[in-house]
Design a protein around this ligand. Structure first.
Ligand SMILES: *Cc1c(COP(=O)(O)O)cnc(C)c1O
Ligand code: SF4
Length: 331
């Protein structure tokens, strides 16, 4: 459903994303010893990483913080008590196919199961996306619920990644949202401004800016090395087009569980006009136990960040607990 016959840049970048562990390892000059583990864990959740993101990794470094977010490893096979397929009670909050409603005033649409990058710690890595709507007709029950519930004034487009939708499909969904009088804001939760920066083009920013709904973009970066060059440019385009842009991160062992990494991430974000929003304690999803750090350590890190950053640059440290009425601050 492309609007023109020539694929736009971002469609091409997506088509060229790396899906083969061997190609990723070879392109970074990394040892073939990592390959069997990567291939075996990729059978649980396939590898996917766009070229732009790979280009920000340090060649020859198996511990690169960006590589570790995307490289499948054998630890993902471990079955650890308390780590579940549905870590945050998504299935209990479903009010219609594709519509999750947990918190007062805002509801969330699971618009697609696709992402441009497969984050190994993803809390929806086992989400039953095949049950969710595909065509606009399939969305009718969800929109019926929204129309009939005036308590909801903010709609969150999530997924998967909502910016994986084609321009036409995204615009159609926005149009449906705009037709509901009690909605005031549309929030987009997307990692594409970080991992597939050319997705942020004028077609997108113009569509969002011209909406009746106030747009809010929540991006997802975890490490300062992500916020360079083309990614910094995409964030600048969002901010300069007048869209409020926030960042959420996940606290990940061996990746960003240091004051230095998180302080530098916040500095880079605020220098671009992007406000740190949430720092999530890991959702306890099966296959991600090796990324978890203790609450005590997480609180220590946040306390240290408060001593070296402006107050507005310190994200809220939260954990999502099934059944709670909001994300729960840890401090
Ligand atoms: C996280 C989440 C939200 C957003 O919560 P905020 O605290 O407003 O950022 C909304 N709905 C669902 C189902 C969520 O999981
Ligand atoms: S981009 Fe978001 S939804 Fe997609 S794999 Fe990463 S964490 Fe999960």
């Amino acid at each position: 459903m492309s609007v023109s016959s020539a694929p736009s840049d971002w469609h091409r970048s997506l088509a060229e994303a790396i899906r083969d562990p061997r190609v990723l390892l070879e392109s970074l000059g990394l040892s073939a010893e990592l390959l069997p583990g990567a291939e075996s864990a990729a059978s649980l959740f396939p590898l996917m990483v766009p070229g732009s993101y790979r280009d920000r990794m340090e060649p020859g470094n198996p511990l690169d913080p960006l590589l570790r977010q995307v490289l499948p490893i054998v630890e993902e096979h471990a079955e650890v008590a308390g780590f579940l397929r549905d870590a945050v009670g998504d299935s209990d909050s479903k009010r219609a196919p594709g519509l999750l409603h947990k918190y007062h005033g805002r509801a969330l649409l699971v618009t697609t199961g696709s992402c441009a990058v497969h984050c190994r710690y993803c809390f929806r890595r086992s989400y039953p996306y095949q049950e969710e709507p595909r065509t606009l007709n399939d969305w009718e029950p969800a929109f019926d619920v929204l129309r009939q519930d005036p308590s909801i004034n903010e709609i969150i487009l999530s997924g998967g990644d909502p910016l994986m939708l084609s321009e036409v499909r995204l615009s159609d969904l926005l149009t449906l949202c705009e037709s509901i009088p009690h909605l005031s804001r549309v929030r987009i939760h997307s990692r594409l401004p970080i991992v597939l920066p050319n997705r942020i083009d004028a077609v997108l920013t113009d569509r969002l800016r011209s909406s009746r709904l106030t747009p809010i973009m929540v991006v997802h970066a975890n490490h300062p090395n992500e916020i360079v060059e083309d990614c910094a440019d995409s964030l600048r385009r969002l901010v300069e087009s007048g869209i409020t842009t926030l960042n959420q991160s996940v606290l990940l062992k061996g990746i960003n569980d240091s004051v230095e990494a998180l302080a530098s991430l916040s500095e880079r974000l605020i220098n671009l006009g992007v406000m740190p929003y949430y720092l999530h304690q890991l959702d306890r999803v099966q296959g991600a136990a090796h990324f978890e750090i203790s609450d005590e350590r997480a609180v220590e890190i946040i306390s240290a960040l408060r001593k070296c950053l402006p107050g507005y640059a310190v994200p809220q440290l939260v954990r999502e607990l099934a059944g709670e009425l909001h994300k729960v601050p840890l401090i």
